[in-house]
Design a protein around this ligand. Structure first.
Ligand code: 5GP
Length: 144
């Protein structure tokens, strides 16, 4: 499914310098800045400079670059002195997946046990599937 890119989304404005951000890193392919409503202090976002709403609209190389930069900066996060006993890498890819800002972004979030953040598991989630259904699902995805 293709998405129409909105040039007035907040991250497009940050990329154009129309809205300030607390920049951590920048190169020709991406910008990294602090999340304004952090899950925990040090939570940052890695965004591509390319106009894209979802990961599937990005070149594989650019998508990989976002994770490479996130990986590198997560090491900086761990050695920064900020509280960080674990890290969540998180992409809400599409509004149905919880994406609020319609420009691709990788969240990198410092975590610790008992910090209060977590996924909600609903009554129909995390159900064990019968083996035959697992076989069918794996075949379906392999075929694509
Ligand atoms: P999403 O829910 O789309 O995965 O995440 C969007 C993130 O963008 C949220 O964590 C939110 O706090 C952050 N955010 C929204 N508006 C701004 C802004 O103006 N500046 C910055 N730095 N972060 C923002």
């Amino acid at each position: 499914m293709s998405n129409t890119y909105d040039d007035n989304n907040i991250f497009a404005k940050i990329l154009r310098g129309e809205i300030p951000c607390h920049k951590i890193y920048e190169d020709d392919k991406c910008l990294v800045f602090l999340d304004i409503f952090p899950v925990n202090p040090g939570h940052f976002l890695v965004i591509p400079k390319a106009r894209a709403v979802t990961l599937s609209e990005l070149d594989e190389e650019i998508a990989g670059h976002l994770f490479q930069v996130g990986h590198r900066l997560s090491k900086a996060l761990r050695s920064s002195g900020l509280r960080c006993e674990g890290v969540n890498f998180w992409v809400s890819d599409g509004s149905a997946a919880g994406q609020e800002v319609p420009h691709v972004h990788l969240h990198v979030i410092p975590r610790w046990a008992g910090d209060g953040f977590g996924w909600k598991i609903g009554p129909t989630n995390r159900q064990a599937l019968p083996p035959a259904e697992l076989v069918r699902l794996a075949e379906l995805l392999r075929a694509q």
